[in-house]
Design a protein around this ligand. Sequence first.
Ligand code: HEC
Length: 167
Amino acid sequence: MKKLTLIAFSLLASFAHADEKADAIAHGKTKFMTCGACHGMDGAGLKLGPTMMMAPGYKGSKVVDGDPEVFALVLLKGIKKEGTEYMGMMAPLGDALNDKDLAGVMTYIRNDFSEKKDLITEEQVKGWRAKYKDRTEMATRAEIAEMLKKSAEATKEAAPEAPKAAE
Ligand code: HEC
């Protein structure tokens, strides 16, 4: 009986989670116009003529697929324009979109344009917004790469099958 209750509870919990994710995706879609204007409504990156792009597509993006904190940082603070490969610029969107909007947009993108398929919650975004509250500079490409590398290493270390480093 105890076991059954446990199963029922975990089933309920996973349904609740699925609901929360579906809600986040639905909300994210309503806010996606803000991104689609440059990244294309299909997330493939808007083309300007035969060779020029407004912004990159999401497929295969390490920022989209990686540590969600880096994704959030990019959205909150923007990316410093260092090259000319894209016509557009990734501006800071932290003022335009609230925590619920950002969580929704991130969840939508990670589910529809990426294989992550996870839920990014409003609480997570709230935490990241607070962490970077006093930061005014945009993220640089080098910083983004460094953050992604560090978090990939941390994930590897946390995995039980990872070989132990020699002391
Ligand atoms: C005004 C155009 C514009 C808008 C609007 C815009 N972006 Fe961007 N975005 C860009 C450009 C340009 C880049 C590439 C910046 C660079 O590397 O210099 C970029 C980069 C990114 C990246 C990093 C991709 C990678 O792998 O390097 C992500 C993720 C992203 N944008 C998500 C979003 C989301 C989500 C929204 C909506 C909430 C959004 N962007 C709105 C133009 C835009």
